[in-house]
Design a protein around this ligand. Structure first.
Ligand code: ZN
Length: 312
């Protein structure tokens, strides 16, 4: 009997590094990405094609993409804010690109300086650009439904608005929508409702991944709710890197090490060698000595008798 496989998509090099002021040296980023891939991590979001003036810590994204796509078996993803960023990402050779669409329009304007209609136009332009590329060069194109569970600016985000946004983005040509708890507001019941709601609006194959934060300690509970609702890809970041500017002491994304521990303990297949992955934190500690790293499993160690090595 084959076990259910869950894809752990590591977003630390993008979401984690984007949230901290310290600039991680390019060589350290490469070592970190390679070491995670060597542990069996199959997908890594390695950066974002944003202006270097705004995010100097991600200024080397194109170089990092070119490095990462040479790692065998690794799916390389990047975030893009607009059409221009998408073209740069495709030129660098990404396998997957993602543009954030904040369901809260106030957040959208602040994040991308574009309203909903304008972001949808960018999505259409990107999808048309991808469509004219030779098939082998077409990246997977995702739009993430950011602030889907609530917004620090607008507060409650209506679920009907999340569903209608998903429909518009798919109509505009995105391959898939991702569900994103940008603000760490989500709870498991809400995750179940939204995953089911979006799947029934746009189709099961158009929502396969969720992006969760652990701001209020519900990250793993939300991940499990998502998996039970049929989600197969969970974003997480090593050491919960990045923290949360709105909640001192809280980690950023779900901690990859804790997520992998939960999945493997429950019998899901991840292809990840967890004992080996725990050692990779040393690269982060050395490169970013002032940044706090989170995670219960790394602190407590693996339980006695735990079979943590799944290889790939
Ligand atoms: Zn995030």
């Amino acid at each position: 009997m084959s076990k259910k496989h869950i894809l752990v998509s590591e977003v630390g090099p993008r979401d984690g590094l984007q949230s901290i002021k310290t600039i991680m040296p390019t060589e350290a980023k490469k070592r970190w990405i390679k070491a995670m891939a060597d542990c069996g991590i199959k997908e890594i979001e390695v950066g974002s094609f944003v202006p270097a003036s705004l995010f100097p810590q991600l200024a080397d994204t194109a170089e990092i993409v070119r490095y990462a796509i040479a790692i065998e078996g690794l799916q390389v993803a990047a975030l893009v804010p607009n059409f221009k960023g998408a073209v740069a990402a495709i030129e660098a050779g990404v396998h997957k690109l993602s543009i954030p669409f904040s369901v809260s329009e106030t957040h959208c304007l602040k994040n991308l300086r574009r309203n909903h209609q304008e972001v949808i136009q960018e999505v259409a332009k990107i999808s048309q650009y991808i469509a004219q590329l030779p098939v082998a060069q077409r990246p997977h194109f995702e739009t993430s439904l950011s602030t889907a569970f609530g917004c620090t600016l607008e507060g409650v985000v209506a679920e009907s608005k999340v569903l209608s946004s998903a429909e518009k983005l798919i109509e505009a040509g995105a391959d898939e929508v991702g569900l994103s708890d940008t603000t760490g507001y989500a709870n498991p019941a809400q995750v179940t409702r939204l995953v089911n709601g979006i799947k029934s609006c746009v189709g099961n194959d158009k929502l396969t991944g969720v992006h969760l934060h652990n701001t209020r300690g519900l990250g793993l509970a939300n991940a499990l709710a998502a998996i039970e609702a049929g989600i197969e890809t969970i974003d997480s970041s090593m050491g919960g890197l990045g923290g949360c500017p709105f909640a001192p002491g809280a980690s950023g994304n779900i901690v990859t090490e804790d997520l992998v521990f939960m999945l493997q303990a429950m019998g899901f297949e991840t292809g990840i060698d967890l004992p080996k992955l725990l050692l990779v934190r040393d690269i982060l500690k050395q490169a970013l000595p002032a940044e706090p790293l989170y995670g219960f499993t790394p602190d407590a160690g693996l339980p006695k008798g735990f079979v943590g090595s799944q290889g790939s």
